[in-house]
Design a protein around this ligand. Structure first.
Ligand code: VAH
Length: 316
């Protein structure tokens, strides 16, 4: 049975990933780590340690003492926050990744870390973006993601480390509220629709971005972890997506269930510039062919589940 160490376990993906991994592999086989004290129910539900991913010595000691054979490196600064603090983003995103790769190499662990559609830039083909294409991102986050993909492939070809990754689209979750992303409007809108009956989008109408509901993202991670390595032509990182929509479309989907919901716009130029540099839709065919990637939720199915879950969470 796998013994897994997760970094960034209280982040947007990490906080749900530890629950998913514990249900798949057993609670005691998943060590959740984060720079902060365990404050979420998920973090407190199993083995947990404080870890700053820029501290290689501590990361090595925790992984070795736990007997980990799998590293899920999730700790990172997201796109908008990275644009606010590019040097901090470089040090955390690249320093943390290098430490996680080195510890995984030293302890011969399987390795996973997510890339993002942010690894593409304004000169990348915008529609049905191919698995292999031009990647010249214009954000610090994108530079980190492209460099990270290349580093992970290097560790696979140079050291034979079993590195695997996906390029996630915007992820929508009813558990952890995200912090610092560009696609986060697609999470905030559900909360505000229920709490206030209206939402002011910082992303302009007509701005398409790839998106995915968190349950599909978590299943994709487990499916890739378990994939037959002999069938993997690519490794870092696979395009995965479930849908592509623009703000008016998610607003319409919500309005089908909350007829009085009102949408308005107050565009944030920084996050709009980031969004404009990313693809409108990416092509996930390599992930489908090499490890059977399949998303279950489309926009309307996600809206129904998000509203149902948030009504309970917000006691509305
Ligand atoms: C962000 N949610 O907005 C992340 C993601 C594709 C976007 O990487 O930065």
């Amino acid at each position: 049975m796998k013994k897994i160490i997760v970094t960034g376990a209280q982040g947007q993906i990490g906080s749900e990933l530890i629950t998913k991994l514990r249900s798949e592999y057993g609670t005691d086989n998943v060590l959740a780590t984060d720079i902060r004290e365990a404050s979420t129910e998920a973090a407190q539900a199993g083995p947990y340690e404080i870890l700053d991913v820029t501290d290689a010595k501590s990361m090595h000691a925790l992984a070795k003492d736990f007997g980990a054979d799998t590293m899920m490196h999730m700790a990172a600064l997201l796109s908008a926050k990275a644009e606010e603090s590019p040097l901090l983003a470089w040090n955390l995103n690249m320093g943390g990744l290098m430490n996680a790769l080195e510890v995984s190499r030293e302890l011969n662990m399987q390795f996973f870390t997510p890339s993002s559609i942010g690894a593409f830039g304004p000169t990348t083909p915008k529609n049905e973006t191919p698995q292999e294409t031009l990647q010249r991102p214009t954000t610090m986050y994108g530079v980190n993601k492209v460099a990270g993909e290349l580093l992970c492939d290097y560790y696979f070809t140079k050291f034979g480390l079993d590195t695997r990754g996906v390029r996630f689209p915007g992820l929508i979750s009813n558990v952890a509220k995200p912090g610092g992303g560009t696609t986060d409007y697609a999470v905030d809108i559900y909360y505000k629709a229920l709490e206030e009956g209206k939402y002011k989008s910082y992303i302009a109408e007509g701005t398409y971005m790839d998106m995915m509901y968190m349950p599909d993202a978590l299943q994709a991670i487990v499916d890739l972890l378990e994939a037959d390595p002999a069938k993997l032509i690519h490794r870092n990182a696979f395009n995965v997506t479930a849908m592509s929509f623009e703000p008016a479309e998610i607003a319409a989907s919500i309005k089908n269930h909350l007829p009085k919901f009102e949408m308005s716009y107050d565009v944030d130029p920084i996050r709009q510039e980031i969004a404009d540099s990313w693809p409108d839709s990416i092509d996930p065919s390599a992930a489908v062919a090499e490890w059977g990637f399949k998303a279950k939720y489309d926009l309307d199915a996600m809206t129904i589940d998000m509203l149902d879950k948030l009504k309970v969470k917000l006691k509305i």
